[in-house]
Design a protein around this ligand. Structure first.
Ligand code: NDP
Length: 430
């Protein structure tokens, strides 16, 4: 979408091939509906907290079908906007699947078209582990339009989608189990975030089982785990990673080199092994986040049609995980920073938010700054707590600009907020 629109605005003649809905995974079965569901799930806590502030709230009930219908209406609206944006930019739309024939031609709706440049932005698809009965389980693709909510759900995985959906199901009243094969959620993130998130999710009612992985699923959704234990569920969802959508696109015939994981191998300018074929987003399996893909698309349009070769920049990309509680992060984890810089200073704090001092909630906000000891630059900022993504987005600007700890300290906090802790942490914890 972004590459087409910007390229057209820069004067290119652009056509786009899309047999499905506009907006890709993010708009249709990803970020957007997920965040709407996440809001829905968070209301459970809000309704509970309201009582501590004097509200009498009748026993709340939840209508899953209403949530799905309202979500569908919003996604339809977004699909329409996306299509109009393309049409208004002068992009020609083909409602068909394209197959690459060679370096400059594609087959589309039975015809052959030629193009100076071909861009592949076909995204990725959820993968399931190869165990007996895996076909009885769903993935995030189906989770967005279930007919009804299950009573008991098992979510398998310990990454973004697993913790987000386990939090969603739990918040909506489903008895939820999360089974992860590793010993700490959110592999690759700062270790304390994963540990603390697991504890918080547990406190909120998710049964978080570490070093636990299913080996078999039988009809009726009886699940056997690798340790021999069994349990019964009404829904099993795999959130065990995604694979690049490169199959049956004609890429190999056109000479496009794929990496071992099936992703299109590209250089810093998103160029594949064939000069006229480029690729962006999840299909390249670099940093699989929507804003990264759109920025790759923008950089490519500038490179090809703006007269300004623009490499992609994957440094200090902030990201958020919309579990309950939310989690936001930018820069390096403590472990990565130690590998890169040797000596690092760590500042961290864990506290109950002002909002929760009035009630029974045990939820703790956690914040951590990782500072390169030699340069005193803040090289990592991490937060677990309400609206962590909103907070970290602002902090990310400072980290991207190379701000030092002293510059964080010189910034006046906004009182009373949770975010002010990022500029008031003075005691090194390591
Ligand atoms: P992730 O790669 O984040 O996590 C996959 C999880 O599944 C890991 O915990 C992994 O374990 C586990 N796993 C992988 N293979 C198996 C297997 N065979 N058996 C058991 N467990 C397995 O993938 P997700 O599916 O959660 O999400 C895909 C990507 O989509 C994310 O990486 C992210 O880039 C993007 N995304 C971003 C979001 C956001 O920005 N908020 C939200 C959702 C998705 P291990 O750690 O041991 O490898």
């Amino acid at each position: 979408m972004r590459a087409s629109r910007v390229a057209a605005t820069l004067g290119a003649r652009v056509a786009i091939a899309e047999p499905g809905r506009f907006g890709g995974t993010c708009v249709n079965v990803g970020c957007i509906p997920k965040k709407l569901f996440s809001y829905a799930a968070h209301f459970r806590d809000e309704l509970k907290d309201a009582a501590d502030f004097g509200w009498s709230v009748a026993e709340p009930t939840f209508d899953w079908r209403k949530l799905v219908a309202n979500k569908d209406r919003e996604i339809d609206r977004l699909n329409g906007i996306y299509e109009r944006v393309l049409v208004n930019a002068g992009v020609t739309i083909f409602r068909d699947r394209a197959v690459v024939l060679d370096s400059h031609s594609v087959s589309l709706g039975g015809k052959t078209f030629s193009a100076k440049h071909i861009l592949v932005a076909t995204g990725s698809w959820p993968q399931k582990p190869d165990i007996p009965g895996a076909d009885l389980a769903i993935t995030s693709n189906e989770a967005f339009s279930l007919d009804k909510l299950p009573k008991r759900a098992l979510v398998v995985g310990g990454g973004y989608i697993a913790v987000e959906f386990a939090s969603i199901f739990n918040g909506l009243g489903v008895k939820t189990t999360l089974a992860y094969r590793g010993s700490q959620l959110l592999h690759g993130f700062d270790a304390e975030l994963g540990t603390r998130l697991g504890e918080e999710m547990g406190r909120k009612g998710v049964s978080v089982l570490l070093k636990k992985n299913p080996s078999k699923i039988e009809k009726g959704l009886k699940v056997t785990f690798e340790d021999g234990s069994t349990d019964q569920f009404d829904l099993v969802m795999f959130a065990t990673g995604r694979i690049p959508n490169t199959a049956n696109l004609g890429l190999e015939t056109a000479g496009v080199k794929l990496a071992a994981d099936g992703a299109i191998a590209v250089d810093n300018y998103s160029k594949s092994s064939v000069d006229s074929i480029h690729a962006i987003g999840d299909v390249t399996n670099r940093l699989n986040l929507t804003p990264v893909a759109t920025s790759e698309g923008m950089a490519l349009a500038k490179t090809l049609f703006g007269g300004k070769p623009t490499p992609v920049d994957h440094d200090n990309v902030p990201t958020a995980v919309f579990a309950n509680p939310n989690l936001g992060t930018v820069g390096l984890s403590e472990a990565r920073a130690r590998e890169r810089f040797g000596k690092v200073d760590i500042y961290k704090t864990a506290f109950r938010s002002l909002k929760h001092t009035m009630g029974a909630s045990e939820e703790k906000i956690f914040m951590k700054l990782v500072v390169d000891a030699a340069s005193q630059r803040v090289v990592g900022a991490h937060m677990l707590g309400p609206d962590a993504g909103e907070v970290i987005q602002g902090i990310a600007i400072a980290v991207k600009l190379g701000a030092t700890k002293a510059q964080f300290d010189a910034t006046i906090g906004i009182h009373p907020t949770a975010a002010e802790e990022f500029v008031t942490m003075r005691e090194k914890s390591a």
